[in-house]
Design a protein around this ligand. Sequence first.
Ligand code: GLV
Ligand code: MN
Ligand code: MN
Length: 412
Amino acid sequence: MTQPNINADRLNRTLQELGQIGDSPLGMQRIAFSPEDIAGRDYTINLMRNAGLETRIDPAGNIIGRREGSVPGLPAIALGSHTDTVPSGGKYDGALGVLAGVECAQSLADAGQSLRHPLEVVVFTNEEGTRFHRWLIGSRAMAGQLMDEDLSAVDDEGVTLATRMADIGGDLSRVAESARSPGELAAYFELHIEQGPELYQSGVPIGVVTGITGRGMFEVEFKGMSNHAGTTPMPARRDALVSASRLVLEVQRIAADSEVCRVATAGAIHAHPNAVNVIPGHVRVGVEFRDLEISALDDAESELRRAANAIASNDGISVEIHRQRHTQGVPVAPGMQALVEEAARLSGFPAQRVPSGAGHDAQAIAAITDMAMIFVPSVDGISHSPEEYSSPQDCANGAQVLMNLLLLADRR
Ligand code: GLV
Ligand code: MN
Ligand code: MN
């Protein structure tokens, strides 16, 4: 039987086409559930249909393109990722995994080759969590892991998740039906850009992911007092933004100096009333820690609490720490890593084992089936930025390894 090769030009053309949907001078703006996200989803559904996949949208809004296999009763092999982006994001994060999955389906169809297992290509809803500040919505729904607080979420525009789901063809009242039972999927494979510098620096074209980082998220809320910026004497101020600023530096120290966890970021800040002539009385700071070890996340949380309380008491300000989602790190099974290595060897590419510092839908899907991830280099390790770039050759290499991984798994 001929070994189907992916079509590199077609893959890169679709990457550029999807990359025009929601593009702006400040980068990609395909925020989950936005008109741009919906347009990107429609583009992908169309590609899936052209590739001979039968498409449906599950109650969690996940797009599932499926072709049956030749052996009745076998579980499906799924390929996928996401097409939503962070604000001012790049063209490759998520899009590569989805479009490479569709490219595998199209190449198999072109070669007239069917698999033994059903093939599914999945676009997961709101991976980034920019909307609702809750990530992996679609993949956690598929893994049966959505929680009540997810279901009742309201976004920054005051719109409920139920309404947003209806906008994309989902139905939150039936979201439990999105859950796939263990045994329904034979395996899940996700190709993704590395989003960090290791492969780019080593010059190795393929990364075999060893595990996906854990992540702890918090919102720290400082309440001081808003007052007139021109008349309030300096010693009399209760400036919540000054306290928040001290916390931002402490968060950085937790990873950079104390090395309590691998990385620590204060990435979001909301100051109220956000006017230049008013002392900010109310500030919320979004904080996250990442590490493969949950104990490191726990230690970072203790440090955060200690620092926030010390700052607040010193500044005469009140503080509340809201603990948001914590996600455990997820290792990739050694046997699955070996399968990716075998697929890279069959494709003729050197491969290197790398951990994932970013989160992925694969970490949720790991709860219901075996998963593996393939990385390709990100130029200068840049991602979540309009500067994000992976070369057409690297994208095509990754897609070819995905194809061979799919074929290897299908024969097992
Ligand atoms: C998802 O993109 C993440 O923030 O890791
Ligand atoms: Mn991603
Ligand atoms: Mn991302």
